[in-house]
Design a protein around this ligand. Sequence first.
Ligand SMILES: Nc1nc2c(ncn2[C@@H]2O[C@H](COP(=O)(O)OP(=O)(O)OP(=O)(O)O)[C@@H](O)[C@H]2O)c(=O)[nH]1
Ligand SMILES: C[S@@+](CC[C@H](N)C(=O)[O-])C[C@H]1O[C@@H](n2cnc3c(N)ncnc32)[C@H](O)[C@@H]1O
Ligand code: SF4
Ligand code: SF4
Length: 353
Amino acid sequence: MLLRTICKNKWSVKSISTKNSSLDEILTDTFGRKHNYLRVSLTERCNLRCEYCMPLKGTKLSEQSKLLSNNEIVRLVSLFAKYGVDKIRITGGEPTVKKDIIQIVESLRDIKTLKTIAMTTNGLTLTKYLVDFQRAGLNALNVSLDTLQQNTYGKITRRNGQLLKRVLAGIDLALQLGFSPVKVNCVLMRGINFDELRDFVEMTRHRTISYRFIEFMPFSMNDWDEKRMVPYKEAIREIMKSYPNFEPCNNEPNSTSKMYRVPGFVGNIGFISSMTEDYCDSCNRLRLMADGNLKACLFQNNEISLRDPLREGASDEELLDIISNAVNDKKRKHAGMKNLPRMPNRPMILIGG
Ligand SMILES: Nc1nc2c(ncn2[C@@H]2O[C@H](COP(=O)(O)OP(=O)(O)OP(=O)(O)O)[C@@H](O)[C@H]2O)c(=O)[nH]1
Ligand SMILES: C[S@@+](CC[C@H](N)C(=O)[O-])C[C@H]1O[C@@H](n2cnc3c(N)ncnc32)[C@H](O)[C@@H]1O
Ligand code: SF4
Ligand code: SF4
């Protein structure tokens, strides 16, 4: 039964058994990269419709019964944690629209080997729920905010621009509650928000924010256009026109971002250069999506269901075999900027970043 599930998923199954593998080996790929960071998408739904993420015409969502239940999520995360994952990032869609999210965070907190329970959110509900999230065990927070202008916020998110105020209030609350730093993600796009660079940098003068600029990436039906993408080196040159002392600073290990700062500012600035200078060599991430598929690389289209074997009664060891195969199938790098737009992938909203 288990084998049937695997074949249906078109995954190449080598019959390596995890029985004799050491704890470290199972989540280590053929290039020696250890995967200690699991991104877990809790939902495919969202209260925004960001143009670079959600296809204009929407996207087909999975039936409720095809989504992982809370117990299934916790069982899988516990298994990953047993084999070396110590950082979980809750994402979506928008994770905060998920019913029971607080109970999920609490269950993750009970997995004692997890050091980081992080969330990436659009920030709309933080003023309402962040205190509860923190109490439940959330200890790292990334908020996505692409503009400081109401009109532009409305255009990018295809929603009411006034919602911007709620996100800004959420970021301030996160700072007050001691999240440090609060990482703010911003997809930088020519003709949309590139002219706000100076304002974004100013946000880091008195706030312990890491404002991180992400190069616009191609996903299914997101109208990616190389001309709209701002290469990170161009963003640095632009910032240096106003802040000539802008300088590199220390990166966290396995970080997606190259960190910089303006001397004297308490926050800092990061560049997530997925398109023009990948950081695949230090990749430590796997992705569990809301429908229970495991994706070893953001840009690799092969996925394997963990939900189906789980529901068919697979043992931990059988699940580990599947996970280990997925990790071993991970490519060294993504396919490069020229090829990525032509490659099939999910819309980003169904992956979770
Ligand atoms: N190419 C690539 N981009 C990634 C990967 N992980 C995150 N990103 C990009 O970085 C953006 C921000 O991701 P976040 O959800 O804030 O997570 P993170 O960058 O891992 O955050 P930290 O754990 O705080 O460093 C995502 O939307 C992606 O655009 C990855 O593994 N590969
Ligand atoms: C898919 S969202 C899910 C979490 C949450 N809804 C949020 O917006 O933070 C995760 C991250 O993916 C980023 N993202 C989405 N589409 C992208 C694209 N085409 N290129 C680069 N980053 C993208 C968003 O900016 C966000 O920071
Ligand atoms: S980036 Fe986040 S907030 Fe925006 S549409 Fe995608 S999932 Fe929703
Ligand atoms: S593109 Fe794939 S291999 Fe490269 S950093 Fe992202 S997830 Fe890792």
